[in-house]
Write a protein that binds this ligand. Structure first.
Ligand code: NAD
Ligand code: ZN
Length: 360
């Protein structure tokens, strides 16, 4: 097992990374101050891993209250969030009860947001079970639910006390989900870690084949990148926005098609290629680099073209995104592989042209 730290003064916390960690009960002990924990999961993940985690908690003398939610991005909304509050209140949970989110990014984001609000904040543990949540959403304290007018629009910054990253949960993850997670892994290489991008070019097939050693390395390196970015800019006033590479376009795809149609990582992949295309049109990124990026996403089995939404519709959806400031779109663009920049430099005409070139 390896442990990284997200350094945020009194809100610092460990990320334990390894195989079989759900059964290593003592890792869960430090943040559990009271004898009760609420385990929030969904109808897909609970049958696979809830027993294992509950057993570890029981060994520590903790009473476990499971809250099992419906599965899907389309349930990342108020009504389902409220089911968590219903369970917490009906079971007289206190502010000191710990909420544990066991699942992918949807459960982590929703569980974290519930923890941030319940009695103004209860302790919270992330147990991510998808590649995307292992490398990205479980670290950094962004929690949210969707609104019909925009993704992740209602939420809070709320750090977990601990992230338990058990790589063996990936054994049961569907291939399509594994590939979607790779979009966020590649993102770290593109925005700030060129050597990691080169490593990914050499090892992408191993990751697709679920080679444990390769997966552990990729999760560790991704989390190390994310932890550094978050420690430097917890509330996204600067550098943290780089993590949104491909996301402004990607969110437009997700919202435009309806949540759940394209996976988040798939939308981010196509969005990243639009950002690369735009960077190339601005003269910042060479055509050869765009090709290299496209080749890696293709090998990862990810889309490199956006869906056929009208360009005007993309722009309209992008204006709803959080990255709009004083009416100007701020985008993450590339000045090279491993060199992300935040820029409001591109005109609407240039953005439209890049979208048109990268959509079917
Ligand atoms: N908070 C952040 O910083 C952040 C960052 C990136 C993404 N996100 C959010 O994360 C969400 C996407 O997360 P995701 O890709 O994990 O999707 P997800 O949570 O919907 O999980 C994908 C699917 O895999 C299933 N699943 C999960 N673990 C499994 C396992 N081990 N075996 C079998 N099936 C399993 C889930 O039930 C679901 O059906 C989006 O809502 C996105 O906005 C948040
Ligand atoms: Zn993302």
């Amino acid at each position: 097992m390896q442990t990284l730290t997200v350094s945020l003064a009194e809100r610092s916390y460990p990320i334990h990374i390894g195989s079989g960690l759900l059964s290593v009960s003592h890792l869960l002990a430090p943040p559990l101050k009271k004898k009760k924990a609420v385990l929030v999961s969904n109808t897909t993940v609970a049958p696979l891993y809830l027993n294992k985690l509950s057993t570890s908690l029981t060994e520590l003398g903790i009473d476990v209250l499971p809250v099992i939610l419906p599965d899907g991005e389309e349930y990342k909304h108020w009504e389902t969030l409220n089911l968590i509050f219903d369970a917490l209140l009906k079971n007289h949970c206190e502010r000191s009860t710990t909420l544990i989110a066991l699942g992918g990014g949807v459960i982590g984001d929703k569980g974290g947001f519930a923890a941030s609000c319940y009695q103004r904040g209860m302790p919270f543990i992330q147990v991510p079970t998808t590649l995307l949540s292992l490398v990205d959403s479980s670290v950094g304290g962004k929690t949210a639910i969707n609104h019909p007018l925009g993704k992740n629009m209602i939420g809070a910054f709320y750090q977990p006390k601990l992230v338990l990253a058990d790589i063996s949960t990936l054994d049961t993850l569907p291939d399509r989900e594994l590939k979607a997670g790779l979009a966020e892994v590649i993102k770290y290489g593109l925005i700030r870690d060129p050597d990691f991008f080169i490593w990914l070019e050499a090892n992408i097939e191993k990751l697709l084949a679920r080679d444990k050693e390769a997966l552990t390395y990729a999760v560790h390196r991704s989390c190390a990148n994310k932890a550094e970015v978050v420690a430097a800019d917890e509330r996204e006033t600067g550098e943290r926005a780089l993590l949104n590479l491909g996301h402004t376009f990607g969110h437009a795809i997700e919202t435009g098609l309806g949540y759940g149609e394209w996976l988040h990582g798939e939308a981010v992949a196509a969005g990243t290629l639009i950002a690369a295309e735009l960077s190339c049109r601005l003269g910042w990124l060479s055509a050869a680099s765009v090709e290299r990026i496209e080749a890696l996403f293709l090998r990862a089995g990810l889309p490199v073209m956006g869906p056929a939404l009208e360009t005007a519709r993309y722009l309209e959806l992008m204006r709803h995104d959080k990255k709009v400031e004083d009416g100007k779109l701020r985008l993450v663009l590339l000045k090279g592989i491993g060199q992300g920049v935040i820029s409001d430099h591109a005109s609407e005409t240039e953005i439209s042209a890049a979208i048109a070139a990268r959509c079917t």
